[in-house]
Design a protein around this ligand. Structure first.
Ligand code: DMJ
Length: 672
């Protein structure tokens, strides 16, 4: 017997001797007694255990109890979410089995900013409100095999790329992800207050909800051609310029501007949108392991904001991968010294390693477009981090510019002094270089913030009136409406290709409820931008054109000066074509874009990989390649091409996203 054995053994300090009465002997007691005996026997055994043993057992019991409580609660919630549904939620329910069957994405599902990489949030069970005016289309595009009638104009490696895509499609069909791969939308609970000096709680990234797990829209042949072009450009970058700023495709080398892998970062969200998972993963690894901002290097505040900060933020929103937010915070903080100026108008350059900033060597001026086209990105960074300093700094710039004198019916000069905060070089007005994106960001900030910041809208509306009054003219012989420039009261019929962002911006404004005549103007201006390509020998636009104001025999509308006949693979016209197609559905815009893509392929494609800027758009037999592929070709031009050719309005839904000036989509805080 235990007790006997215990009693008989040598007394140990942590054992208690027990003397048993007769009723405590097994077999003598009845059932109750036997239970009581067993209890006592257990108690004795328990007492015979060492302290350590007892502690371990107690700990295990406590642990199991905690686990039990947790699993009970989460099962209860899951059950509730499935059973507590309104009639409206039926669709969500139907989706549950489909979502559950799906395999995890190759890339991580969207997650909270602070969540672990690879965690899957329970987004799929939520039912967001449906915007009534939005046609719901599939956002979860799968790369489909090309159709039999496909006739791509690109050659051999196009077909190889197509075969790869077919393969990718097969794999993808078995790897449908819980979340959609593209076309993420914003959860209703991500709407934020309008911007104010008070910054709200840190925000979650945009993500795909159950509602958007729809039938995939097949990728069409033109989109496939864009994918092929992207892969060709990427091949050159990967082979000869990996991790550097820009590819020099002819010399098979690279150039550095900031030394921060500019092309790679600019291209991240394009790869996501095009569905290039492998390439994206490889680039992500580079960002994780090799992208270091702690460098003694001067960067341009505007360029690094729109390309790097913007690119990281949008990739964070699309992928949900917190790596990109961490990197965005890092570069955002390092850019902040630029705002330490007497006027709070930021300097153009920042040393991101030393934390010092300065204007260009020859002046204390900054460019107006540069200081007023960093707002979307810094405001979003504040929203995501909960740190108001980013938004405060850029809002102050806008408020200040709003009050400045020196405007001409809303049109702004091109320079602003960082000491006095006043415009300089008064009297010259353009919608081209150095002023362009000021106008773009007035509208886009207003939309980003939920259409509540009236000063931005006022400035935008006034500026468009200023454009109409001072800068619009019609050319001969085709009577194309174009946007010229004004210098000290003299009109110049010069128009930068950069101005071709304007039709898209006007259309976006009209879509958001602004004057209908903005849309009319957008339609006439996009025709002009297209003619800047169509009237040129290579079918590619030069950097700058001069329009003929008087009909002359044998002269076209468009004249090109020798110094202006280069093409840098710029996106503005394709960008506007994308907006125009989204808002009108008129297929001619897609056809124009298709022509442009073919001409890029014809005159700027380098057989060994990559595309190059050219020096002479007027010479089809020798367009004089410049040996440089700008990062915006991957960041913007090809992205807008792909979106232009898509018939899926949920592929970056324009009621939910606003593109920064480098084509990086950021969420609208209060979606329409
Ligand atoms: C890009 O960096 C941006 O679109 C910017 O707003 C203007 N210049 C280039 C593309 O042309």
């Amino acid at each position: 017997m235990y007790s006997g054995a215990a009693a008989a053994g040598p007394p140990r300090r942590d054992f208690i001797s027990v003397t048993l009465g007769p009723e405590e002997v097994v077999g003598v007691s009845g059932y109750n007694n036997s239970k009581a005996w067993r209890r006592r026997s257990c108690w004795r055994k328990w007492k015979q255990l060492s302290r350590l043993q007892r502690s371990v057992i107690l700990f295990l019991f406590a642990f199991l109890a905690v686990c039990g409580v947790i699993s009970y609660t989460s099962m209860g919630e899951a059950w509730k979410s499935i059973t507590n549904k309104s009639v409206d939620d039926q669709r969500t329910e139907q989706e549950i089995p489909r979502l559950k069957l799906a395999n995890p994405a190759v890339l991580p599902a969207p997650q909270k900013a602070d969540a672990n990489h690879g965690d899957y949030p329970e987004l799929s069970l939520q039912k967001p409100p449906k915007p009534p005016h939005v046609r719901r289309g599939p956002s979860n595009l799968q790369i489909k095999a090309p159709r039999g009638d496909m006739r791509l104009k690109t050659q051999h490696d196009t077909m190889r790329a197509v075969e790869e895509l077919v393969e990718a499609d097969k794999v993808e069909k078995t790897e449908k992800s819980i979340i959609s791969w593209r076309g993420a939308v914003i959860e209703p609970d991500q709407s934020t207050e309008p911007p104010s000096s008070k910054i709200m709680e840190p925000e979650k990234p945009s993500s795909v909800e159950a509602e958007d797990q729809k039938e995939p829209v097949p990728i069409n042949e033109r989109q496939l051609a864009v994918i092929e072009a992207f892969r060709h450009a990427w091949k050159g970058y990967k082979d000869f310029a990996w991790g550097h700023d820009e590819l020099k495709p002819l010399s098979k080398s690279y150039s550095e501007w900031f030394g921060l892998g500019l092309t790679l970062i600019d291209a991240l969200d394009t790869m996501w949108i095009l569905g290039l998972k492998e390439e994206f993963e490889e680039a992500r690894k580079w960002v994780a392991n090799d992208l270091v901002f702690d460098k003694n290097v001067d960067v341009n505040l505007f360029e690094s904001t729109i390309r790097i900060l913007g690119g990281l933020l949008s990739t964070y929103h699309l992928s949900g991968d917190s790596l990109f937010l961490e990197k965005a915070k890092d570069i955002g903080n390092r850019l902040m010294p630029a705002f330490k100026t007497p006027s709070k108008i930021p300097y153009s350059d920042v040393n991101i390693g030393r934390g010092t900033a300065h204007p260009p060597r020859w002046t204390s001026d900054s460019t107006v477009a540069e200081v007023t086209s960093i707002q979307l990105e810094f405001r979003e960074l504040s929203r995501l981090t909960g740190d108001e300093k980013f938004q405060k700094a850029v809002d102050e710039v806008m408020k200040h510019v709003h009050t400045l004198s020196g405007k001409n019916d809303g049109l702004v000069p091109m320079f602003i002094n960082t000491n006095s905060g006043q415009f300089t070089h008064l009297g010259v007005y353009t919608l081209g270089a150095r002023a362009d994106s000021y106008y773009e960001y007035l509208l886009k900030q207003w939309i980003q913030g939920g259409k509540k910041e009236n000063e931005l809208l006022e400035d935008y509306m006034r500026a468009i009136e200023g454009v109409k009054k001072h800068l619009l003219q019609r050319s001969e012989p085709k009577k194309l409406t174009f946007v010229g420039e004004l210098a000290h009261g003299h009109f110049s019929a010069k128009m930068d290709h950069l101005v071709c962002f304007l039709p898209g911006t006007l259309a976006l404004g009209a879509h958001n409820g602004l004057a209908a005549d903005h849309m009319k103007l957008a339609e006439t201006l996009i025709e002009t931008c297209y003619q800047m390509y169509a009237q040129v020998e290579t079918g590619l636009s030069p950097e700058i054109v001069h329009f003929n104001l008087h009909a002359q025999k044998g002269h076209k509308d468009v004249e090109i000066k020798p110094a202006d006949r280069h093409n840098l693979l710029r996106p503005e016209t394709v960008e506007s074509l994308f907006y125009m197609y989204r808002f009108t559905g008129d297929k001619k815009y897609q056809d124009w874009g298709w022509e442009i893509l073919q001409n890029f392929n014809r005159y700027t494609r380098v057989p060994t990989g990559g595309y190059t800027s050219i020096n002479n758009v007027q010479n089809p037999s020798n367009p004089e390649p410049r040996d440089k592929m700008e990062s915006f070709f991957l960041g913007e031009t090809l992205k807008y091409m792909f979106l232009l050719f898509s018939d899926d309005i949920d592929l970056i839904n324009l009621d939910k996203y606003i593109f920064n000036t480098e084509a990086h989509p950021l969420p609208i805080w209060v979606p329409a």
